[in-house]
Design a protein around this ligand. Structure first.
Ligand code: PLP
Length: 387
């Protein structure tokens, strides 16, 4: 059975060009880029070129990019590295809808004595900028970092990054954004925005897993977390993942080309049609974060009175890949803490499913999914009422 892959916020299929470039890098460019011999320096050149491509893609200088093992490590470095670099400031400001890579890092920092302030959210999961403004006007000198994601991995809701960043800048507070779900899907130009640190990850935009990076604005210092060699200008120790870096640069080049087309609009219309058909055909559903500005690729749909894990299982048996909340949290029977934090009622939060498209998603796949989903929900609800 061919699968209908609607789980692109968990990961995306690597582009063929990415796989080819990585295979080439593994075969030809395997020496260590830190080696001073000619073979090593040839690999160094590949890494430098890839860094330039990625910097151009993000709108910054190549020296402002630190390669990491992905979004998680970039988030950890931004948060813990910023706290360590500013000992005189002991407050971290973030939100309950962040990915675990930020939320759990904040919890770890709290155990070490850092005060965490969780910003209030509206019903769509958007951060309350007035509350941030008020907080900054009172306690800016104590705040080491404000960390708010650009796009949410579960609902796709987009945060008002420009406003948040501008407020932070006005008050001399450092601002980090986890842009893992944004970069590669939407145009990004960090030099035009008040962002100090930005995390990204290749596997969310048809690149390989295990590689990503942190953009660091000039003059922003972090204390490194991966302690060892002096790679990455002494901001991240460890031999560079050269095939990953090369693969990510190819993925960035392809994403850049794709972003210059109108395809995003086609996919957004497809996502909207998908949601409208579900609402029209199935009772007691709600689209989470529908009232907010959202990414073109994400539909988080709540099927009242059902358990998300059961829905995912039956969808999977019918060839549809979707997920219950974040991929890393699925398997737990608790409803998503992200949805609860934004006030989704429990009877809906329990049955919330994330369908996420990619630039490879076709109209035919969505049509096929729409033929399957109503029957799956009806059967599951039927089996409940039969109990
Ligand atoms: N941040 C967000 C918003 C994500 O969606 C993810 C992955 O799901 C991460 C961070 C972690 O990225 P990685 O899988 O590259 O460690």
């Amino acid at each position: 059975m061919s699968i209908i892959y609607l789980d692109s916020n968990a990961t995306t299929k690597p582009a063929d060009e990415v796989v080819d470039a990585m295979t080439g890098a593994l075969r030809e460019h395997w020496p260590n880029p830190s080696s001073t011999h000619r073979a090593g320096q040839a690999v160094r050149q590949q890494v430098d070129l890839a860094r330039e491509t990625i910097a151009e893609f993000l709108g910054c200088k190549d020296r402002q990019i630190v390669f990491t093992s992905g979004g998680t490590e970039a988030d950890n470095l931004a948060i813990l590295g910023s706290l360590a670099a500013q000992n005189e400031r002991n407050v971290l400001v973030t939100s309950r809808t962040e990915h675990d890579a930020v939320r759990d890092t904040a919890e770890v920092a709290a155990e070490a004595g850092v005060e965490i302030i969780w910003l209030p959210l509206d019903g769509e999961g958007v951060v309350d900028c007035d509350a941030l403004k008020d907080l900054l006007s009172r306690r800016a000198d104590e705040i080491a970092l404000v960390s708010i994601m650009w796009a949410n991995n579960e609902t796709g809701v987009i945060q008002p990054i420009e406003t948040i960043g501008a407020l932070c800048r006005e008050h001399g507070v450092r601002f980090h954004t986890d842009a893992v779900q944004w970069v590669g899907k939407m145009p990004t130009n960090v030099s035009e925005l008040p962002i100090d640190l930005l995390s990204f990850s290749a596997h969310k935009f048809h690149g390989p897993k295990g590689i990503g990076g942190l953009y660091m604005r000039r003059g922003v210092r972090v204390i490194k977390r991966s302690i060892g060699g002096s790679q990455e200008r002494d901001r991240r120790g460890g031999t560079e993942n050269t095939p990953g870096i090369v693969g990510m640069s190819v993925a960035a080049r392809l994403a850049r080309e794709w972003l210059s087309s109108d395809e995003r609009k086609r996919l957004e219309a497809l996502r909207d049609r998908f949601e409208q058909r579900i609402i029209a055909e199935i009772d007691e559903v709600r689209i989470n974060s529908a009232g907010g500005q959202r990414m073109w690729n994400t539909a988080n749909i709540a099927f009242r009175h059902l358990e998300a894990d059961a829905i995912v299982l039956v969808l999977s048996e019918n060839g549809i890949c979707a997920s219950a909340g974040a991929a890393c949290a699925s398997g737990s029977l608790e409803p998503s803490p992200v949805l609860l934090a934004m006030g989704v009622p429990e009877d809906y939060a329990h049955g919330s499913i994330r369908f996420s498209l990619s630039r490879y998603t076709t109209d035919e796949e969505i049509d096929k999914a729409l033929q399957i989903i109503p029957g799956v929900i009806e059967r599951l609800r039927g089996s409940l009422s039969a109990v």
